[in-house]
Design a protein around this ligand. Structure first.
Ligand code: SF4
Ligand code: SF4
Ligand code: SF4
Length: 163
């Protein structure tokens, strides 16, 4: 590969990576137009984050909000949508959080013969099913991707994948 081709390949790969990172931002579950975060939020002081009682909304360097499940989860309380004065988040656009939650069998204690129910207790949807007290799996038809189970897992075995 010539130097020019190599440079162009590396640049396009880096751009691809940037795009991938951008796509991984988990938004509050009340938007209609994904592009509005990049335009409208620039004029706002992050009211949605201030008013989220669970304090799971973080305002990034790009001034847009993203969900952070490292300490708590989303109650779908509508407060962020009520707070938004720029029409980015609206109650009429309420939806499920754009993520699929799953349990990593290689790091989950219960899948490795150690009794643990840490994820089951905070799940208000009763979406985590155990087989004879072990081998938990998440029932996607019940899971709301609220994220409450994530911070409770002692081995960080609950994965979140954007959809
Ligand atoms: S719905 Fe409520 S808990 Fe969820 S992000 Fe918005 S303000 Fe926070
Ligand atoms: S309140 Fe609305 S405009 Fe402000 S940061 Fe949150 S989503 Fe963006
Ligand atoms: S993310 Fe799904 S499995 Fe985890 S607590 Fe919420 S509803 Fe239950």
């Amino acid at each position: 590969m010539h130097r020019r081709e190599l440079f162009s390949f590396l640049t396009s790969s880096l751009k691809g990576e940037e795009k991938k990172v951008k796509e991984q931002i988990l938004r509050p579950p009340y938007y209609n137009d994904i592009n509005a975060f990049d335009t409208e939020c620039q004029n706002c002081d992050g009211k949605c984050a201030t008013l989220c009682q669970e304090q799971i909304i973080i305002i990034g360097k790009d001034k847009t909000p993203r969900l952070d499940f490292s300490k708590s989860g989303c109650t779908y309380c509508d407060d962020c949508a009520i707070a938004c004065e720029f029409g980015v988040l609206e109650i009429k656009d309420k939806k499920m959080i754009d993520a699929i939650i799953s349990i990593n069998q290689s790091t989950c204690l219960s899948w490795n013969a150690v009794m643990c129910f840490s994820c089951k207790d905070p799940c208000l949807e009763d979406a985590i099913e155990f087989k004879a007290m072990f081998m938990p799996t998440i029932d996607e038809s019940k899971c709301t991707a609220c994220g409450f189970c994530i911070s409770r897992c002692p081995t960080s075995a609950i994965d979140i994948k954007m959809i």
